[in-house]
Design a protein around this ligand. Structure first.
Ligand code: PMP
Length: 398
């Protein structure tokens, strides 16, 4: 089959599942009214699928900082960190991340995707092993591929399976990188970090924790699962993103290992891409301060998350294993997922649709993400709409 025919086959498969006349995966957002409301397809919608966990995209401190940076430093750096794109703000933000985690050092990347690509491919190479949770984000899988290391997966959050696979590696555990996530992006559940750290210590491996969805969400100051479990000393490298709780775009890694700095010279996704724009860096610096002092925002986020989770659970929807800001409804087929997604959209609620092969184990998901900025009325409206749709269309779970 030719390269272009292959794409036609994929397009035909997509068309067979998706409805006519609505671009489920590419609808442009026309106007943004706030961190929770916008217009799509000429109608007002509620955002319930963004990862704006603390609702900071319109925080006045962040807007002001970004405006000021554009006026004084321009719209872009037009260079990589290695080649004229390393501004004082990038370094300042790295210092602020290191201070925030009380760690020795930090590196800022252009996206969270690139942070994982850079760290994984910089740490592991052809003769090494990477052991990952099966439900890992695509950036982790892609980082593993880029590294050229042997990739071994263990069943999602299954510690017996993880240990079995480590045991089989014998001496090679010393050149093994284990990767897990603080909160998993698909089902919204947390990694059993206490057990993971114990096991990795006993085998002498290195542990990288991706806190993309847990930064700002877990822990007293919002560091993530490391703070919630008080295990910062048990984790070797922490990566994360600015594109969720921090409301901008970019990525970071923090570590106490002296060798972190060396990654700047060996990681292609750090070297061969332009650095984040001055406005991005400035708004992220402002957001990090708000996140750190964001105890109230975190309480509000968790109130909303628990409320929506228990409402959908009581309605009988099949959900991910535990409450959290990512609330995934698990459906038996892509058609059912699409019907639920479309039903919600018709009521003005815009959530994420995840179809195989993107979702784990061939499942189809309708995934809501809750924000501290959602009002009680908005959360109630979403709960009531799920109830309405269940009555109308579904007998999803017994
Ligand atoms: N890691 C995880 C677990 C994620 O869910 C994501 C984004 N969805 C990323 C990394 C990449 O982050 P970014 O959007 O900054 O590229």
């Amino acid at each position: 089959m030719s390269l272009l025919d292959k794409l036609d086959t994929v397009a035909a498969a997509r068309k067979a599942v998706l409805p006519e006349g609505i671009d489920v995966f590419g609808m442009p957002i026309e106007e943004v009214y706030s961190s929770t409301e916008a217009s799509v397809g000429g109608r007002r919608i509620l955002f319930f699928g963004t990862n704006n966990y603390l609702g900071l995209t319109f925080a006045p401190e962040c807007l002001q900082a970004a405006h000021k940076a554009i006026d004084s430093e321009g719209t872009g750096t037009t260079g990589s960190r290695m080649a004229n794109g390393n501004y004082i703000g990038h370094r300042a933000l790295e210092q602020e991340f290191a201070d925030f985690y009380h760690c020795r050092s930090s590196i800022v990347f252009t996206t969270g995707y690139q942070a994982n690509l850079a760290m994984i491919s910089g740490l592991a190479g052809a003769n090494d092993v990477i052991l990952i949770d099966g439900d890992s984000h695509a950036s982790i899988y892609d980082g593993c591929r880029l590294s050229g290391a042997e990739i071994i997966r263990f069943r999602h959050n299954d510690m017996a399976d993880m240990e079995k696979r480590l045991r089989r590696l014998g001496e090679r555990t010393r050149s093994t990188l284990i990767i897990v996530e603080g909160i998993y992006s698909m089902l919204g559940d947390q990694a059993p970090l206490v057990d993971i750290v114990k096991i990795k210590n006993s085998y002498g491996s290195i542990l990288l924790l991706d806190e993309a969805h847990s930064l700002g969400v877990l822990g007293k100051t919002g560091q993530g699962l490391v703070e919630e479990t008080e295990l910062i000393d048990g984790v070797d490298f922490i990566t994360g993103t600015f594109s969720k709780s921090l409301g901008s775009i970019g990525g970071y890694c923090v570590s106490n290992h002296l060798q972190l700095d060396q990654l700047r010279y060996v990681s292609r996704p750090y070297i061969f891409t332009a650095s984040p724009s001055p406005a991005t860096i400035a708004s992220t610096r402002a957001a990090l301060k708000l996140l750190r002092d964001g105890t109230k925002l975190r309480s509000q986020l968790w109130r909303n998350a628990r409320k929506l989770y228990s409402c959908l659970d009581e309605l009988g929807y099949q959900l991910g294993p535990e409450p959290g800001p990512v609330i995934a409804t698990i459906l038996d087929s892509p058609q059912q997922a699409l019907m639920l997604w479309k039903g919600l959209f018709d009521y003005g609620i815009y959530v994420n649709l995840i179809l195989p092969p993107a979702a784990p184990e061939g499942k189809s998901l309708v995934r809501c993400s809750v924000s501290a900025a959602h009002t009680k009325e908005q959360v109630d409206y979403v709960g009531n709409t799920f109830a309405e749709l269940r009555k109308k269309h579904f007998q999803i779970k017994s």
